[in-house]
Design a protein around this ligand. Structure first.
Ligand code: SAM
Length: 240
C-alpha cells in the first residue's frame, strides 16, 4: 500500500513516519509513505504558494495551481493511479476506524494537507474525493491530521503489526471499547490483577473481558452500544 501526502511541510511527516511500527513497516517494504512538497510546484520566481482571499478576510489561502500541478505530478509518476484523495479538513466527515479499515486494502491513496486559511476551492473541486476531519477543533495545518489517518490505515495493512500487537480485539474492532489490560507484577501498590486473568481458564478470561468491554463502553461511550452487535442478555446495557 502506498500513501502519498501532499504538504507544504514534508519534514513534519518524514520525522514521524520514520519511528516505531511505521518506520519498521516502511523499512520492510510493507507500506510506502511519501511526502511531496507542494511548494516544489509553485510556478513563480519566489516559490509563492499562498495569496490573499478574494472578498477579503483574515489570513492567506493556498493557491490552486501548485496544488493541482503537484497532484498531476503524483498521477504521472504513479504505477497505480490513486483511488482516493482525502482532504484533511475540519469540515470533513469524522474519521472512524471503519473508514481506516475500508482504505487499508487500497493500493494507493493521497492525503492533502491545507495550511493557513485552507485551499482555493477550485483545487479541492478538481482533485479531492472525500474531506475528512479528525475532530471538532481547528489545527494550524493538515499534517497532524494526515499522520493520524496514515497511521490508523497503515497498522491495518497485513504484516505491519506483529502478532503481539494484533488489532483484532481492539477498541472499535467489534463496535465496543476494549477491556482493561494488566502486566507484571501481579500486585502493584497493593492493587492485585483480577484473579480470573491468572486462572489460565481461557473461557472465563474471554467472558470476563467481554463483560469489561461492555462496562467500559457503557461508562465511556454509551453511544457506541446502539450500533454494536450484542446478545439478547447484553442488550441489558442499552436498556439501563
Ligand atoms: N479556514 C478553515 C475552516 O474554517 O474550515 C480552517 C483552516 S485550518 C487553519 C488549516 C488547515 O488545517 C486546513 O486546511 C486543514 O487541512 C487542516 N485542519 C485543521 N483542522 C483540522 C481537522 N480538525 N481535521 C483535519 N484537518 C484539519
Amino acid at each position: 500500500m502506498k500513501i502519498t501526502i501532499m504538504t507544504l511541510f514534508p519534514e513534519m511527516i518524514e520525522n514521524a513516519v520514520n519511528c516505531s511500527i511505521l518506520g519498521r513497516a516502511r523499512q520492510n517494504g510493507l507500506i510506502e509513505i511519501e511526502a511531496i512538497n507542494i511548494r516544489d510546484f509553485a510556478n513563480n520566481k519566489h516559490l509563492q504558494v499562498d495569496d490573499y482571499p478574494y472578498g477579503g478576510g483574515a489570513g492567506m489561502l493556498m493557491m490552486a495551481d501548485p496544488v493541482c500541478r503537484c497532484y498531476d505530478h503524483i498521477v504521472e509518476h504513479s504505477s497505480v493511479a490513486p483511488q482516493h484523495v482525502l482532504y484533511m479538513s475540519p469540515q470533513g466527515k469524522p474519521w472512524k476506524q471503519q473508514m481506516a479499515e475500508a482504505l487499508s486494502s487500497e493500493e494507493h491513496i493521497v492525503l492533502l494537507c491545507g495550511h493557513y486559511e485552507g485551499i482555493d476551492q477550485r483545487a479541492l473541486d478538481a482533485i479531492v474525493t472525500e474531506e475528512v476531519s479528525i475532530g471538532d477543533y481547528v489545527l494550524t495545518g493538515g499534517e497532524l491530521a494526515a499522520l493520524v489517518v496514515a497511521d490508523s490505515i497503515s497498522r491495518l495493512v497485513p504484516g505491519v503489526l506483529g502478532k503481539a500487537e494484533s488489532f483484532q480485539d481492539e477498541s472499535f474492532s467489534d463496535g465496543l471499547l476494549e477491556y482493561p489490560h494488566y502486566t507484571r507484577p501481579a500486585v502493584y501498590r497493593d492493587e492485585a490483577v483480577p484473579d480470573v486473568l491468572l486462572s489460565g481458564n481461557h473461557q472465563k478470561i474471554a467472558a470476563y473481558r467481554r463483560e469489561m468491554s461492555l462496562i467500559n463502553t457503557f461508562n465511556k461511550r454509551p453511544d457506541l452500544l446502539k450500533r454494536a452487535k450484542l446478545t439478547e442478555k447484553e442488550k441489558y446495557f442499552i436498556n439501563e
